[in-house]
Design a protein around this ligand. Structure first.
Ligand code: CMC
Length: 425
């Protein structure tokens, strides 16, 4: 029997047949690409909750079981045994690197970590209060102007060069935008340090001064980067693919992805978590805010809780909670903010409202706490998410590019506006 599904239009009894496609894991998919030509109708799916927009072999999520895999490797295995750069390599090259491949990848990124001196004028032109995400987005877009060679997108060597540049330069741009916003001297990349260690060094260091970077701090930030590396077809990745479908170059696509990530419902949530904890102020106020989160007439939401796909728990949050506990116990902090966070976490995990709606702490709840414990300023949190997510975006762009043919992303709509109005004289 053919693998199809039949749809009957109850208005006239007409039937239509659609193929069912099978992936290697996850729900089957009904191919509705002929839906309009067969039925003359569109489908309606606000927020694409039931729509697969592409074929992909990069990341797999089972939201019910709370599973996340990159190229078939479970995130818990990767977090325990590998580094962020291993995962970045895996996303880009489909396999984990061996020792030589890892060394070479790290070296190639280091070589590209400097940015054109002319870009300093971009940082300088922004007001000091500019959000680093605004500076980052503009600067990534500007990379196409400063690095206008290797822009041939039909040549894999050239677009892979672009990919390496973007991954290598984004941490430098991010650190510079922060230093400029504070009026601190710029710290250039230190090629003797690893990828994550170097980023922390560029944030914290001062010329001629020794900077103390504890291994647990580097490990915690590396884990945050890794757990953000890719997440299937989320809003920013979908944006990268949508822009890529117009044949725009990766700098433009990644700049668009940064814009999509900025919002509080996505990458802005980790900053939102800390701002909310600061607003709550003391552990005694927590109950009042929990009541607000549960109140139907109040738009207030608990930042760092809930997820569109994970309806059991967020496997990234599980790893980060452990990392967060380890970091806090090793560096020995016990702030009021932490007490508030612990109280909210405990209430939300036992309260009927949160349990019945599957609202568990998500990755941003713990990454927010980790970044705060690392002394990273709130406004840099979404930027950190960008550094982590860049290899994922680039890998998704390459996958799009290397598919048989690119179909421009062009959804349809249910028009509910005025019709045939007569203009008044
Ligand atoms: N606090 C209080 N109530 C909530 C929350 C929350 N954080 N999240 C969802 N709800 C309630 C919501 O009011 C609704 O209740 P009811 O059924 O009574 O109307 C129900 O839960 C379902 O909410 P939804 O908005 O339909 O769920 P969604 O899947 O569309 O939204 C979400 C997912 C992440 C946008 C949402 O949970 C949220 O706003 N969370 C806070 C922001 C946040 O932490 N975002 C980071 C997401 S993880 C990082 C990433 O992967 O990008």
């Amino acid at each position: 029997m053919k693998n199809t599904v039949t749809l009957t239009d109850n208005r006239n009894g007409k039937t239509y047949e659609f193929d069912i496609l099978n992936g290697t894991m996850g729900p089957d998919v009904i191919d509705i690409s002929t839906f309009f030509s067969q039925t003359g109708m569109f489908t309606f799916d606000r927020g694409y909750t039931s729509t697969a927009m592409c074929r992909s072999s990069i990341t797999y999520i089972d939201g019910v079981k709370g599973e996340l895999m990159h190229r078939g490797y479970d995130i818990a295995y990767l977090a325990k045994n590998k580094s962020f750069l291993d995962v970045a390599y895996l996303l880009l090259n489909k396999e984990l690197p061996n020792e030589d491949e890892y060394k070479n990848f790290k070296q190639e990124l280091k070589k590209r970590s400097y940015i054109h001196e002319g870009m300093m004028k971009i940082f300088d032109a922004f007001p000091s209060k500019a959000h680093p995400m605004a500076v980052l987005q503009a600067s990534v877009s500007a990379l196409s102007a400063f690095y206008s060679d290797h822009l041939n997108m039909d040549n894999p060597d050239e677009y892979r060069e672009m990919a390496m540049r973007i991954i290598a330069k984004i941490p430098t741009i991010a650190a510079f935008s922060y230093r400029f916003s504070r009026g601190y001297p710029i710290i250039y990349p230190n090629l003797d340090r690893g990828f994550t260690e170097n980023f922390l060094y560029m944030l914290r260091s001062y010329p001629y001064e020794h900077v103390d970077l504890k291994p647990i701090e580097v490990k915690a930030l590396d884990t945050v980067f890794m757990l953000h590396a890719d997440h299937e077809q989320n809003a920013s990745t979908t944006t990268v693919r949508a822009v890529g479908s117009t044949h725009a170059h990766p700098y433009a696509c990644i700049a668009a992805g940064i814009g999509a990530l900025w919002g509080w419902a996505h990458g802005g949530a980790n900053e939102g978590v800390i701002r909310q904890l600061e607003e709550i102020g003391t552990a005694d106020n927590v109950d009042k805010y929990i009541a607000r989160a549960k109140d139907k007439n109040d738009s207030f939401r608990l930042m760092g809780f809930g997820h569109r796909v994970y309806k059991n728990f967020d496997p990234r949050a599980k790893v980060l909670k452990k990392m967060c506990d380890e970091l806090i116990s090793q560096i020995g902090i016990n702030t009021e903010l932490l007490k508030i966070a612990r109280k909210i976490e405990q209430i939300a995990l036992t309260d009927e409202y949160f349990i019945s709606r599957n609202l568990y702490p998500n990755v941003d709840f713990y990454s927010g706490i980790i970044l705060k414990a690392l002394g990273i300023p709130n406004e840099m949190f979404a930027v950190i998410f960008v550094i982590g997510r860049t290899p994922g975006w680039i890998s998704q762009w390459i996958e799009l590019k290397e598919q048989d043919s690119i179909k421009i992303v062009r959804p349809r709509q249910l028009y509910v506006g005025e019709k045939n109005r007569t203009p008044h004289e």
